[in-house]
Design a protein around this ligand. Sequence first.
Ligand SMILES: [Fe+2]
Length: 217
Amino acid sequence: MGPGDAAMSFVVENGVPALLAVLKEDLLRRAIDTVPLRDERDAILHAWPTPRLSSATLAPGRLPACHYLDKAVAAAASGPARRTAEAISPVRDALQWRYDYPLQPRWPDLASRMAFAPIIAAPGLMDADGVHLGLTLMAPHTHYPLHSHPAVELYLVLAGNAAWRVEGRPFAPQPPGALILHQSGIGHAMTTDAEPLLAVYFWRGDLVTAPAYIDER
Ligand SMILES: [Fe+2]
């Protein structure tokens, strides 16, 4: 371990708990008008992660979609989730951007249009029981196809006015500050327009099973 590693560890061990504290306040502040959304927000707050050093870490890394990170963070910093966006900045260089879906001929460019940064996860910056969370970044004019996973997922939009769809319902625009609920096993998709999307995802329940693409209906 070199001096650079020690500096990065210091950044992570201080920056991640600070980000969590701000995120918790951010979730508490959101106006929520549906019972399922409020119940999930409350369940996440109840199971709020206590971060510990991760036994499975990744090297910091960037993907092509990270080209849009500066623009998305700048937009987030002037939006309703400003304080969360600011709390991401200290750990930004430590983020381990990745795209884990198996490559599919139907969507050959998705690995260069989308990126995910696990913050509380294994592997991730830090680990915890109960709730995992991280960032989703999408380039402009990108369709994240219908996919599902057993984990219940709550999204907090930081930047970008993408169209969001839950299986069986039409696409709906979701502005920065919006919370979006994806129930266990229910397909969901997002499409960006001219702006990149930056959002925080929270996972609760089955934290192990990876998402999988499903046929668009
Ligand atoms: Fe999801």
